[in-house]
Design a protein around this ligand. Sequence first.
Ligand code: PEP
Ligand code: MN
Length: 336
Amino acid sequence: MIIVLKPHSAPEKEAELRQYVQDLGFTVQDIAGESTHMLGLAGDTSHLSPETFSRYDIVDHTIKVRESYKLANRRFHPEDTVIRIGDKTLGDGSLAVIAGPCSVESEEQILSIARDVANSGASFLRGGAFKPRSSPYAFQGMGMDGLDLLRIARRKTGLPIVTELMDNAHLDAFEKHVDVIQIGARNMQNFSLLREVGRLKKPILLKRGLANSIDELLMAAEYLMAGGSHDIALCERGIRTFETATRNTLDLSAVPVLKAKTHLPVVVDPSHGTGHWNLVEPMALAAVAAGADGLIIEVHNAPHLALCDGAQSITPEVFHTLMQKLHRVHDAVRMD
Ligand code: PEP
Ligand code: MN
């Protein structure tokens, strides 16, 4: 629910109303319009009616928000969320590119790729240390050793690190050492994990589940935000459809749909979205044209030897050329 206040309401009356709302168990979010001031109420507001607030004469009217996500809703927060990590940004109108291998495989591998993508203009380094593999016999990632190698790569290149958390047992290590915590597609609705990660209040990259709707993705973001996190980026990474020509069907319409529904930055993953390295470039360019704030791209120095997702990984050379094309599309579509 949104409470629209009358113009020029007395601050002490407003404080009284806020206290009442908080006593009812809701979180209050300020929504400042051009000439109006509104209070957004997060929590289960289904039982509230306009009469609940009628004794406060500073209340002009109330608006019921139909969607179950509140804190992630653009109506509660009209201006875009911008995530800042050092001098790197996501969501401020620039194009943020997260690049790196699917998995960290060795010190030599991650350092070589990290240096290459940094030189080509990537702003974040990706690399899985804990991997969610469909087969229990497939490479499961280097675990904590992989995390240590990512930290070395960050130190040598200055790129903040983005890596996937799969287990509550690793919360402390991720809180200490990771810049952006990735919640993978398979864990998008792991609500106990979302609750715990949300409490860390760290930047999070939340990937859309393999068979989840856009509203379910927003609700997963709401779990993180209800825990106190604000810096959340949503990632479209392809969904399961009847189509078999690609690994997943990259739903690029999710970009403008999400941009309208939420203030959170939107990232597109053309690597998992297609499963084929030669489709990464066209879909990355299309994602930028569709208004994505960022991309996450798998880059490997020897894709044919990669322990995970080699078929969808591009080489540093292909990445370098792609970066130049991406900036040209980005410049072409932005208004300023
Ligand atoms: C990944 O980014 O390597 C990954 C496993 O992604 P997703 O969760 O989208 O499958
Ligand atoms: Mn991968």
